[in-house]
Design a protein around this ligand. Structure first.
Ligand code: ARG
Length: 458
């Protein structure tokens, strides 16, 4: 019989038990539930509802239960509906009527919200750490090739040459924002629901601020109904993870392109590639494809939870139990991708020659020639038109743009822009892709990476 069976005359139907049990997945929360329970026990003593001896004995029982879980020795009983009931049931088994005092002034509604906030607070720090480690791996790749250049693309058409460090920096700044968003969600969820009870608080002299302090929460809840009913912190966390996943999918897609025979800009180390069961020559970038593919699942987890939350009346509803699996799944999956991608970038060999050959595509110099004319006083639209014509002519005649420029009385003096890397070196505007603005950008990135780490308590 369940711990709440007092008012019932029949045991729960097996079909309902199987539908409603969550112990099969929420046992992952045992550490956080026990931490919340320990704070609650101290709170009960603080309120004069337990003596100091009773408090210490109950804390010892909770520690013993934690050791059972840690050792994989916690024995499940039929009727253990969720991790909270299982732990309380075990406390009563061990400590008898003292165990029966554990749930005083508490409901599973404030208990589960407290437990899940504690879990999420840690999980977001771990995900943030993974995000920042990946950014460091990209910085490492840039540092291995400080002068490498490649075409920058728009519409996946070659647009202008850029430094590899600049290109990777674009990903890094996005990852820094992901880490900031994870930190942001983490700061907002840092509120303790413990003491809210089922929905309305208690007639017992509980002190939510006291237990909030014990659990390291920034503050206790202000409104008991809000405390037990909202899972916006889970939705925000899933969003921060989903958007991280979208950024990871963009990196994955790029790796797929870079490591293709057609681009050939990069090779992944053998430890980060997979073979084909049939084609002996194949070396596939599955790590990149999975990084791209997992994003769908992360977005799905966010979408699923939002739909679950939509239209729920105040305050706690059992629908809320559906918050855990998407959260656990997203945390686990994004951590898998982050770790594998960081390793993959660590193993990556960038083919500087092949990428430079693409970056030195003569047509990419057209804008630099137009800007040279602008510096000489020509209105930009006229310069654009002039270069556009010249490019069109080169393409039509199958000639090199450089040769046509050499024959042009005005443009010929800018012929040096076709020297490898020359146009890129000219790109001096702040935040631009050339070597001149690179150190400032690098310094700013380092500062933001360090600040994001500190914010997550890493
Ligand atoms: N396992 C439940 C959950 O995850 C705990 C809360 C149950 N509360 C209740 N009133 N039935 O939401």
């Amino acid at each position: 019989m369940a711990l709440w069976a007092g008012r019932f005359e029949a045991a729960m139907d097996q079909a309902l038990y199987e539908l409603s049990e969550s112990f099969s997945f929420d046992r992952a929360l045992y550490h956080y539930d026990l931490a919340g329970s320990a704070a609650h026990v101290r709170g009960l003593a603080h309120a004069g509802l337990l003596t100091e001896d009773e408090r210490d004995e109950l804390l010892g029982v909770l520690e013993a239960i934690e050791r059972e879980f840690d050792a994989g020795a916690f024995v499940t009983e039929t009727g253990d509906e969720d991790v909270h009931m299982a732990i309380e049931r075990r406390a009563i088994e061990i400590a008898g009527s003292l165990g029966a005092r554990l749930h005083t002034g508490r409901s599973r509604n404030d208990q589960v919200a407290t437990t899940l906030r504690l879990f999420t607070r840690d999980a977001l720090a771990r995900v943030g750490e993974g995000v920042l480690d990946l950014a460091e791996a990209l910085v490492g790749l840039a540092d291995r090739h400080p002068e490498a250049r490649l075409p920058g693309y728009t519409h996946l058409q070659r647009a202008q040459a850029v430094l590899l460090s600049h290109h990777l920096g674009a990903h890094c700044f996005a990852l820094v924002r992901d880490a900031q968003r994870l930190g942001d969600a983490r700061e907002r969820l840092d509120v303790s629901p413990l003491g809210a009870g089922a929905l309305a608080g208690s007639s017992l002299p509980l002190d939510p601020a006291y237990t909030a302090g014990l659990l390291g929460f920034a503050s206790p809840f202000a409104n008991s109904m809000d405390a037990v009913s909202d899972r916006d912190f889970v939705a925000e966390s899933l969003f921060a993870i989903a958007l991280t996943g979208v950024h990871l999918s963009r990196l994955g897609e790029e790796l797929v392109l870079w490591t293709s025979s057609e681009f050939g800009f990069a090779r992944l180390g053998d430890a980060f590639t997979t073979g084909s069961s049939m084609l002996p020559q194949k070396k596939n970038s599955d790590v990149a494809e999975l990084a791209r593919g997992k994003a769908g699942r992360l977005v799905g987890n966010l979408t699923g939870l939002l739909v679950t939350l939509k239209g729920l009346p105040l305050s706690y509803n059992r629908d809320l139990q559906e918050d855990k699996e998407p959260l656990f799944d997203s945390v686990r999956q994004v951590l898998l991708v982050l770790r594998a991608l960081a390793g993959a970038y660590g193993s990556l060999v960038f083919d500087e020659g092949r990428a430079a050959a693409a970056a030195d595509d003569e047509l990419l110099v057209a804008i630099d020639l137009a800007e040279a004319l602008v510096r000489e006083g020509v209105p930009f639209r006229e310069a654009h038109e002039r270069l556009g014509r010249l490019v069109g002519e080169a393409v039509r005649r199958g000639e090199r743009l450089g040769d046509l420029v050499s024959e042009d009385p005005v443009l010929a003096r800018h012929r040096a822009l076709f020297e490898p890397g020359a146009a890129l070196a000219n790109r001096t505007s702040p935040g631009g892709a050339g070597p001149a603005p690179a150190p400032a950008q690098r310094a700013r990135l380092a500062g933001e990476l360090a600040a994001a780490r500190a914010r997550l308590g890493l």
